[in-house]
Design a protein around this ligand. Structure first.
Ligand code: SF4
Ligand code: F3S
Length: 198
């Protein structure tokens, strides 16, 4: 069992939750925090700390927030660990009362390209566009046909090298998750995500 950060946190990030976690299992992206499901000890201390009730136990999630179980699990592997509170998101005043914020989830974690060799970056760039089109190293297909193109995608990548996944802002989050899942299944252990500018 784990606790899960849900949609309300997007572009708010009050971070009160972080201060109380005894095992430091919160991870931060530019617009959102997640809880690492393998590290959370289910102590429930964080839940009442969030001023906008964004945190739920996995078994008490509202039905429209179920997708956040997977979103927390996947993003925890690519976001940075956060152990101290920080000021809220810069756009928090405009977003604190907004509902259905998943479309604003910006998963740009930046790219520390200095840690990777330039050849692997060149070979292992994947672009996911708003239309669902995916392009990578001379290969192109649409994510809606993803189940038919896994071999094609795999052939275009250098196994065990860093993958840079660049995503247009309106691309559906489920599409990103499909690619992430595929990459993790195929042992691409270092995956960096960034958002393409509008
Ligand atoms: Fe951390 Fe406890 Fe919250 Fe899990 S339930 S994230 S261990 S404070
Ligand atoms: Fe997000 Fe609430 Fe923590 S807004 S950062 S879950 S305090």
């Amino acid at each position: 069992m784990t606790f899960v950060v849900t949609e309300s946190c997007i572009k708010c990030k009050y971070t009160d939750c972080v201060e109380v976690c005894p095992v430091d299992c919160f991870y931060e992206g530019p617009d959102f925090l997640v809880i690492h499901p393998d590290e959370c000890i289910d102590c429930a201390l964080c839940e009442p700390e969030c001023p906008i009730d964004a945190i739920f136990s996995e078994d008490e999630l509202p039905s429209d927030q179920i997708a956040f179980i997977e979103i927390n699990a996947k993003l925890a592997d690519v976001y940075e660990n956060i152990t101290e509170a920080s000021p809220p998101h810069s756009e928090e005043p405009q977003f604190k009362d907004v509902k259905n914020k998943i479309k604003f989830l910006n998963i740009d974690i930046g790219t520390d390209e200095s840690k990777s060799n330039s050849q692997s970056i060149e070979s292992n760039k994947i672009y996911l566009f708003d239309s669902g089109d995916v392009e990578t190293n001379n290969q192109a297909f649409n994510i809606k046909d993803f189940s038919f193109n896994k071999d094609q995608l795999l052939k275009s990548l250098v196994i065990e090298e860093t993958v840079i996944l660049s995503i247009e802002p309106q691309a559906h989050h489920e599409w990103t998750m499909k690619i992430m899942e595929f990459l993790q299944e195929n042992k691409f252990n270092v995956i960096k995500m960034r958002t393409l500018k509008e």
